[in-house]
Design a protein around this ligand. Structure first.
Ligand code: COA
Ligand code: AMP
Length: 277
């Protein structure tokens, strides 16, 4: 089905001007009606009923999707924000992100990364050495878009994650987003925790480490969250990066692995011996 003409179908829902949910799929023309129905149903699923829902169907023309394999998933056994963030820092250091850049990213996400103090509507782009912010609009940020699982990979990944107890839709969708992001030119790593006050987990993702989850990166009830994409400025061109994140059509066709809870010290001890993709 993937050699056919493809469409990007994107849904966003808001209530009194506040964004409440969004989702997107890549589909063939035969799949459009059912996927539009699924996304509309999804927009009404949240407790916060939207008063405005937009579903956009965009023809992708002759775009040939980039096929990638999902990152391997591992969960480090940390039980509070302090130990979670400390392990996330250690991991980002091992990927080559400077202490300064890590400190800045964590501080920004904790307090609201937009200059107004609100959560951003997209991700920060952070220089992995200086910690400088590179996204053109710091209130908005940069949003990754036009990515999806193939049907087979979605099903297999869903089963694999559920088997490890990871049943929340956010995990599968964040894994897809992170998989696209870390394949971008010049990207070293991504750090994320959600702005959903009921969802405390977060992750560090990179091609080197895969998708490393931390069950608690913030206190329950905390409405702050965000994403930081760390880039190696010596090899990246910001316009190429922005175009890739927004426009490049990426299909996740390969399934990664999923490990259960792993002890933090054991994880770092074995890091040198691990075989990375
Ligand atoms: N937070 C706050 N506002 C948001 C938002 C978000 N996460 N996403 C969209 N909006 C609002 C903003 O007001 C935005 O205006 P802006 O560009 O000035 O910020 C407006 O909606 C239009 O956003 P846009 O991205 O142009 O809409 P779209 O219809 O093309 O796509 C989404 C909307 C939500 C589908 C897309 O932005 C997105 O986040 N895609 C990834 C979804 C995902 O995780 N998919 C997993 C697939 S497996
Ligand atoms: P969420 O995981 O949906 O709670 O999103 C957490 C944060 O990630 C949001 O506050 C935004 O700052 C950012 N974000 C949301 N959608 C995207 C996207 N498509 N691409 C990059 N960043 C996003």
């Amino acid at each position: 089905m993937r050699s056919k003409v493809l469409y990007s179908i994107r849904m966003r829902a808001s209530n009194r001007g506040k964004h409440v949910s969004g989702a997107e799929r890549i589909a063939t023309s035969e799949e459009i009606d059912s996927i539009v129905g699924e996304l509309l149903a999804r927009s009404r699923k949240k407790g916060n009923q939207p008063d405005d829902v937009t579903v956009r169907v965009e023809w992708l023309g002759s775009a040939i999707p980039q096929l990638v394999t999902a990152l391997d998933v591992i969960t480090l056994n940390t039980s509070d924000p302090q130990t979670g963030r400390s392990a996330a820092r250690r991991l980002l250091r091992s990927i080559g992100v400077s202490n300064l850049a890590i400190d800045r990213a964590i501080k920004y996400i904790s307090v609201g990364a937009a200059p107004s103090g609100a959560n951003m509507r997209g991700a920060m782009i952070i220089d992995a050495v200086t910690g400088g912010r590179l996204e053109p609009d710091q209130e908005r940020g940069v949003r990754a878009s036009r990515f999806d699982w193939t049907d087979k990979a979605r099903e297999a990944t869903g089963l694999m994650l559920s088997g490890a107890g990871l049943t929340h839709f956010r995990t599968r969708e964040a894994l897809a987003l992170a998989t696209k992001v870390v394949h971008a030119p010049g990207v070293l790593a991504e750090l994320c925790w959600s702005d959903d006050p009921d969802y405390t987990a977060g992750y560090v993702a990179s091609l080197k480490t895969g998708y490393v989850r931390f069950p608690v990166l913030k206190q329950a009830g905390d409405e702050q969250g965000g994403r930081a994409i760390f880039v190696d400025r010596s090899i990246h061109d910001i316009d190429v990066l922005l175009r890739y994140l927004r426009d490049e059509v990426v299909l996740i066709a390969g399934v990664g692995t999923c490990s259960g809870l792993v002890d933090v010290d054991a994880y770092f001890d074995s890091m040198d011996n691990r075989c990375y993709r």
